[in-house]
Structures are given as structure tokens and as C-alpha cells.
Design a protein around this ligand. Structure first.
Ligand code: 5RP
Length: 230
């Protein structure tokens, strides 16, 4: 099975968790894109009524193009379910799910939407499941003015920050108009400790460690979709 086939498979499974009347959070990235497509198809075919909040401008535009009602979090502050991808999924020492997110640059809004949902379901292909987080660079969203300060502090912590560039070589900006520093951290032995260190730096808006937030991960591989409970 190719990675794209696995993403499609898990996206199809994830729509089974959406029922009539629900408030649904839409994630960001290629797996979420497939989920939004499948959700749009389900709503069209079944006529169920749902309302959505998106974690990025791109997901909002996609959802609306497929006929989904996408409103602001202010209009719909409590979500029944949030479905989103991840860059890495591991089990934390206490058995909960620990994620790195933000490869698509939407970590701040993603964490806000995830925090507003009763249930956060992660959708990944099996290549994303790791024993320990850290091979994927940890994204950190930074206020523009604070960039040199934050870069220096992260370097002191040995986290090897590198400013993200867009595909055309320009400086990458998030939907909230902030910068991203991608940190080549190496194996993260204690994600809570790393999260606290990063959070303590003035000018950091958010980091891509999502610890104990996901209720479940749906993981697609050659054997189909398996569930990792959080
Ligand atoms: C975006 C994210 C994505 O969920 C993450 O990067 C996974 O993306 P993909 O489904 O394309 O592999 O966190 O900020």
C-alpha cells in the first residue's frame, strides 16, 4: 500500500466518527485534506447536518468548496470531535499519546481547535508511529519581533532551530502571521520537559508537541486501520 493509499484509507475510516448534528474540527495537511474530501462526500450523500471549524485557512477553503458549513471558533466554541493528522505519534511514559504536529505550519490553530474538542482523533499512516518522538523536526511558532531572542535560547538548549522557508524560498509565515523555527532536536527522551523548556521562552507562541491531547490514533497500514487508544 502506498502512503497516499494509507492516508485515504484512514480518512475514510475517520468519517465514520462523524454523526448528524455534530460540531467537527477540521485538521490541516494531506491526510486531513483527504478526510475533508471524504467528509464532504458523506454530507452530500447522506444529507446529515454538521458544522465545522477549520484549523487553517486552506482547510476552511477546501471545506467550503465541498459544501461544508465552516464557521469560526467564536460561533462554535465546543466541538464534538477534531480529526487531524500528525508528523509523529508515540506513546508517552504514562501511556498517553504524544504527537509532533506542525509540519504544515498550522500547529497554533491546530492546538486551539484540538483544545476545544471533546475528542481529538489522530489520523496517520503507519510510517508516522515511532517509539520516541524527535526524528521529525519540532516546529515552534514565534512572534516575529522575538525571532533572534528565541533562536538564541533554543540554540542554548541544544534544540538546533532553523527558520522555515516557503517553497519559493521566501520566509514562511503562518496563518497568524508568525515565523516557524524547525528544531532538529534528536530523540526527545522527556517530551513534557522539552515542552516546558520551550514554553518558558518569551516570544514562543506555541510548539508542536501535543501531549496527552489525543483520545485515539487511527493508524493505516497493510493490515488495514488499527486503533491506538490514548
Ligand atoms: C499540519 C500538521 C499535519 O497534520 C501534519 O504535518 C501531517 O501532515 P500530513 O497529513 O500531510 O502528513 O500538523 O500543521
Amino acid at each position: 500500500m502506498t502512503q497516499d493509499e494509507a492516508k485515504r484509507l484512514v480518512a475514510k475510516r475517520a468519517v465514520e466518527f462523524v454523526e448528524d448534528g455534530m460540531a467537527v474540527g477540521l485538521g490541516t495537511g494531506s491526510t486531513s485534506r483527504m478526510f475533508i474530501e471524504e467528509l464532504g462526500a458523506k454530507v452530500k450523500a447522506s444529507g446529515i447536518k454538521i458544522r465545522c471549524v477549520a484549523s487553517s485557512d486552506a482547510s476552511k477553503a477546501l471545506g467550503e468548496s465541498l459544501g461544508l458549513e465552516v464557521v469560526s471558533l467564536a460561533e462554535l466554541p465546543e466541538l464534538d470531535v477534531y480529526i487531524d493528522g500528525a508528523d509523529e505519534v508515540a506513546r508517552d511514559a504514562d501511556g498517553s499519546l504524544a504527537l509532533i504536529k506542525g509540519g504544515g505550519g498550522a500547529l497554533l490553530r491546530e492546538k486551539i481547535v484540538a483544545s476545544s474538542a471533546k475528542k481529538f482523533i489522530v489520523v496517520v499512516d503507519s510510517s508516522k508511529v515511532v517509539a520516541k518522538l524527535g526524528k521529525f523536526p519540532l516546529p515552534i511558532e514565534v512572534i516575529k519581533m522575538a525571532l533572534p531572542l528565541v533562536e538564541g535560547k533554543l540554540t542554548e538548549l541544544g534544540l538546533n532551530p532553523k527558520q522555515r522557508k516557503a517553497k519559493d524560498g521566501s520566509v514562511y509565515l503562518t496563518d497568524e502571521n508568525n515565523y516557524i523555527l524547525d528544531c532538529s532536536v534528536g530523540v526527545i527522551e522527556n517530551p513534557e520537559e522539552t515542552a516546558a523548556e520551550v514554553r518558558g521562552i518569551v516570544g514562543v507562541v506555541e510548539h508542536g508537541l501535543f501531549l496527552g491531547m489525543a483520545a485515539m490514533a487511527l493508524v493505516a497500514g497493510d493490515d488495514g486501520v488499527t486503533e491506538m487508544q490514548g
